[in-house]
Design a protein around this ligand. Structure first.
Ligand SMILES: *[C@@H]1O[C@H](CO)[C@@H](O)[C@H](O)[C@H]1NC(C)=O
Ligand SMILES: *[C@@H]1O[C@H](CO)[C@@H](O)[C@H](O)[C@H]1NC(C)=O
Ligand SMILES: *[C@@H]1O[C@H](CO)[C@@H](O)[C@H](O)[C@H]1NC(C)=O
Length: 393
C-alpha cells in the first residue's frame, strides 16, 4: 500500500507539472502499441496470397471448341479465334473441320486452306479433321433434309480436356469467357433461351460449357443416327431438342445476362425477361457493355454475313420509340453490331459480305400467314431458320 502510494505520488506531481511531456509520452506508448499490433497482425495478412497461390490454373486442361462444315462458317470460326486472342483468353482452342479439306494452299483463291492455316499458325488452334456429324429428317412429302450443325457435338469427344466451351459461330464475342472454365464441376452448363414463350425456358445451344465424355458423345451420335423431326432438322434445331431432352432438368444454368444476349433484344420494347427484374430501367448502353456474347437473331433479316436489304433495315431496325428518323442508342448499337461483323469478316478472312437478298422475297407475308408455325420443340429464331415463323419477337 505504502509503496504504491509513494510510487504514484511523484508521478502524479510530475504529470501535473508537465502536461505536454505526459501527452507526448502517452502518444509514444500508443504508437509503440500500434506498431506492436501491426507486427502481430502482419503474418496473418500475408496468409491469403499464399492460399491463392494454391489455385494455380493449368489452362492446358481447358479448351474452346469451334467447328465448321462449310467455307462460310470457317471464316466465322476464325473470327471467334481472333476475338479470343484479342481478349487474351488463356485456354486452348480446337477447330473441327471436314476431313476432305486440306491445309495446302494451292492457289490464291484457295480460301479454305488459307483460313485453316491462319487458324493454326496465327491463332494457335488445334485443327481436328473429322467426318462432320449429320442428322437426317424425312418430310411428310417424303423428301430428306440434312443438318450438319450437330457437328458441335464433337466437343464431347475432347476427352483429354477437363472442360470445354463449345460455341456457335453466328455470334459476336465481346469478352473472354475463361471464367466459365472454373465453374463448379457439372456435366454441362448452358444459358436459357429467354426469348421463348414456353416456361421453363429451354436451354440454348449458342454456348455450352461441357465436361467431355466419350459415353455422352456415343449416346448423342446414336441419337443422331436415329434421325429427327424434319422441321427441327431443317431449322437447325435438332441439337437444341436433344440437349434439352438430355439435360433440361440437370444442367447448371448460366445467366443469359450477360452470356446470351440477342441482337433482337435491342428491337424489343419489353426487356423484363432479359433484365430479369421488372423494375430495372432498360439501359441499352449498359446492357451492351456488360454483355459477353451476342447472337445475331433478327429473322427474317439475313444473317450478318449478308449485306442487309435497305428496306428490311428500315422496317426492322430498333424503332427508337416510334421514330423512323434520327437515331437512338438501340439503333446505334444494333447497326454497329452488324457493321462490326462485316468489318471483321473483311479484316480477318478477307471476305466481302454476300449480296443482300431481295427483301420482298424473304419478308414474311404477315397478313396472309398470320398464324405462326408451331414446331414440336421451342425454337430459336436463328437466322438459319427462315422457313419457320417465330413467336415472341
Ligand atoms: C498442365 O496439364 C497438362 C495436361 O494435363 C500437363 O501435361 C502439364 O504438365 C500441366 N502443366 C503444369 C504446369 O502442371
Ligand atoms: C417493383 O416495384 C413494385 C412497385 O414499386 C414493388 O411492389 C415490387 O416489390 C418491386 N419488385 C422488386 C423485385 O423490387
Ligand atoms: C395478324 O395478327 C395481328 C397481331 O396479332 C392482328 O392485329 C391482325 O389483325 C392479324 N391479321 C389477320 C389478317 O389475321
Amino acid at each position: 500500500m505504502h509503496r504504491r502510494e509513494s510510487d504514484e505520488l511523484p508521478r502524479f506531481a510530475r504529470e501535473t507539472e508537465l502536461p505536454a511531456f505526459r501527452l507526448r509520452r502517452r502518444y509514444a506508448y500508443y504508437f509503440i502499441g500500434f506498431i506492436f499490433v501491426c507486427w502481430v497482425l502482419y503474418p496473418s495478412r500475408k496468409a491469403p496470397p499464399q492460399t491463392g497461390d494454391v489455385l494455380k490454373i493449368n489452362w492446358s486442361n481447358y479448351a474452346y471448341s469451334l467447328y465448321t462444315t462449310d467455307s462460310t462458317a470457317l471464316c466465322h470460326a476464325v473470327m471467334l479465334l481472333d476475338a479470343l486472342a484479342r481478349f487474351g483468353s488463356k485456354a486452348d482452342r480446337v477447330l473441327f473441320y471436314p476431313e476432305h479439306w486440306d491445309t495446302t494452299v494451292e492457289s490464291m483463291r484457295d480460301r479454305d486452306s488459307q483460313l485453316l492455316g491462319v487458324a493454326r499458325d496465327r491463332y494457335k488452334a488445334k485443327l481436328h479433321p473429322v467426318k462432320p456429324l449429320q442428322v437426317a429428317g424425312r418430310t411428310t412429302k417424303g423428301d430428306w433434309v440434312w443438318d450438319e450443325t450437330v457437328t458441335k457435338f464433337m466437343a464431347f469427344s475432347l476427352g483429354y480436356y477437363d472442360r470445354v466451351i463449345a460455341l456457335e459461330s453466328d455470334i459476336t464475342l465481346l469478352d473472354s469467357l475463361d471464367e466459365l472454365f472454373l465453374l463448379p464441376q457439372t456435366p454441362i452448363a448452358m444459358p436459357r433461351a429467354y426469348w421463348t414463350d414456353s416456361k421453363p425456358w429451354p436451354l440454348a445451344t449458342m454456348l455450352m460449357v461441357i465436361r467431355p465424355s466419350m459415353d455422352e458423345f456415343e449416346a448423342f451420335k446414336s441419337r443422331l443416327e436415329g434421325g429427327g423431326d424434319s422441321m427441327l432438322v431443317k431449322a437447325h434445331r435438332f441439337d437444341m431438342e436433344i440437349l434439352n431432352e438430355r439435360y433440361e432438368d440437370s444442367a447448371l444454368v448460366l445467366p443469359h445476362r450477360p452470356y446470351a444476349l440477342r441482337t433482337a433484344e435491342f428491337r424489343r420494347h419489353d426487356h423484363s425477361d432479359y433484365l430479369g427484374d421488372a423494375n430495372e430501367t432498360w439501359d441499352p448502353d449498359k446492357v451492351y457493355k456488360e454483355a459477353k456474347l451476342i447472337k445475331f437473331s433478327d429473322w427474317p433479316l439475313p444473317p450478318p454475313w449478308f449485306m442487309l436489304p435497305q428496306e428490311g433495315v428500315a422496317e426492322m431496325q430498333p424503332d427508337c420509340g416510334g421514330s423512323h428518323e434520327g437515331t437512338c442508342a438501340e439503333r446505334r448499337i444494333w447497326n454497329g453490331l452488324y457493321d462490326d461483323f462485316r468489318h471483321r469478316r473483311k479484316d480477318v478472312c478477307r471476305l466481302l459480305s454476300m449480296p443482300a437478298p431481295d427483301w420482298d422475297a424473304i419478308k414474311p407475308k404477315r397478313h396472309r400467314e398470320n398464324a405462326t408455325v408451331e414446331v414440336a420443340a421451342p425454337q430459336d429464331d436463328g437466322a438459319a431458320a427462315p422457313s419457320v415463323s417465330l413467336v415472341g419477337t
